[in-house]
Write a protein that binds this ligand. Structure first.
Ligand SMILES: *Cc1c(COP(=O)(O)O)cnc(C)c1O
Length: 402
């Protein structure tokens, strides 16, 4: 099927067929894994990526690889982006974008709560290069407007944000970015393209950790950057190929397979998360549940407007430290582990005191207030998997019992 024809199909058809085609030599219906790092080339092939064209023959896997290209094609169709570049991890994609867009003397606005590794490089490494960073609560549109400067080149946000599930109004932030000539990048890992398509709302770049929902099975690290050819063609040369954060073709192949079921998985992730969130809201040991699909979420209206699926992650606070111990030690089905978006349910406790010291260095009282609204003294982050929801609720019930 041609890309034009695929683009006219529904989301499940796109997830199954985009980027895939029967092998022209063998007729194999499923994609091959091309593990070769080098390719036999013509005598006139150049030795630098400088003169490289997107449609040139394969040369070296760090420059490009048939299996990785199939993954990139599938992702660009699913997200509705002109093009995509896959990376070895979500952080690989983020760092390539930051180095592409920012240089000494520039200013960037970064969400004050975001993926920990990004927050940590924005605290130290990036400012050490002479790039000024202002951390802002990006759910507060006025705070973003107030932080903008004449040299602001990038606004970087995550929605829902990891780990507190606070939302950012992408269209509103895109309008600010447009006004000042800055680029807007949205880490959409928690939402997935099933819920939200940031490019349609005015973002310039979308980032996903493929390690989470898109791969979906907890067995392959990966990341992707999506956007226009105008930005991503030079970026591929500058900070993808030369920096070397290339995804393994084997991981690309695993993620291609995971992506085929993304739309149907997200339906069950959402359904299970909603039922668990409602159960926990009724439990007397639980102080507060945050889930975009609950009416009690402080931004439920924005969630309904911006998310077609509320995704599968919820957080909750407990009333006593004994409950923290029980949950971390007694769960039988739900794995006590970091990461999220896998077919397996995962849970992890995040202490506010620890996180505010290591990752999120707030300066204004408003930033602390917002954190307290969403996370209090600490939260369990629960990624609802694809198990039977009755079993997941029973697991939580037995862990919380006397
Ligand atoms: C996990 C995650 C990342 C980082 O992805 P890796 O694949 O672990 O490098 C970035 N952003 C969000 C929101 C994440 O959850």
């Amino acid at each position: 099927m041609t890309r034009e024809n695929i683009l006219r199909t529904g989301e499940q058809t796109k997830a199954v067929h985009a980027g895939e085609f029967p092998d022209p030599v063998t007729g194999a219906s499923a994609p091959n894994i091309v593990m070769s790092t080098t390719f036999v080339v013509d005598a006139d092939t150049g030795f630098s990526v400088e003169g490289m064209d997107e449609n040139d023959a394969w040369v070296y896997t760090r420059w490009g690889n048939p299996t990785i290209r199939q993954l990139e094609d599938k992702l660009s169709v699913i997200e509705g982006a002109e093009t995509a570049i896959a990376f070895a991890s979500g952080m690989g994609a983020i760092v390539a974008l930051l180095f592409h867009l920012l240089k000494s003397g520039d200013h960037a606005i970064v969400s004050d709560v975001a993926y920990a590794a990004l927050s940590e490089i924005a605290n130290e490494l990036i400012p050490e290069l002479g790039i000024e960073i202002t951390k802002v609560n990006t759910s507060d549109i006025d705070a973003i407007s107030a932080a903008v400067k004449s040299n602001t080149k990038l606004i970087y946000t995550e929605t829902p944000c990891n780990p507190i599930l606070r939302l950012t109004d992408i269209a509103a932030v895109a309008a600010i970015a447009r006004d000042v000539g800055a680029k807007l990048a949205v880490d959409s890992t928690f939402a997935t393209p099933v819920a939200t398509k940031p490019l349609q709302l005015g973002a310039d770049f979308v980032i996903h950790s493929l390690t989470k929902y898109l791969g979906g099975h907890g067995d392959a690290l990966g990341g992707v950057l999506l956007g226009s050819k105008r930005e991503l063609v030079p970026l591929r040369r500058k900070t993808s190929i030369r920096f070397g954060g290339t995804i393994s073709p084997f991981n690309a192949w695993l993620i291609i397979r995971g992506l085929a079921t993304l739309p149907i998985r997200m339906r069950i992730h959402q359904e299970n998360a909603m039922k668990i969130a409602s159960y926990l809201e009724q439990n007397h040991r639980i102080k507060r549940v945050i889930y975009p699909g609950l009416e009690s979420h402080p931004q439920h209206e924005l969630a309904k407007q911006q998310m077609k699926n509320f995704s599968g992650i919820l957080t909750f606070q407990v009333n006593d430290s004994e409950s923290i111990r029980k949950i971390t030690e007694k769960l039988q089905i739900i794995h006590y582990a970091v990461s999220l978006g896998h077919h397996r349910s995962l849970i992890f406790y995040l202490s506010s005191k620890d996180l505010l010291q290591t990752s999120f260095k707030f300066v204004t009282p408003g930033q602390y207030d917002s954190w307290n609204t969403f996370a209090g003294e600490g939260i369990f982050r629960l990624s609802a998997g694809l198990e039977n929801v009755e079993d997941l609720i029973a697991d939580l019930e037995q862990a919380l019992r006397e």
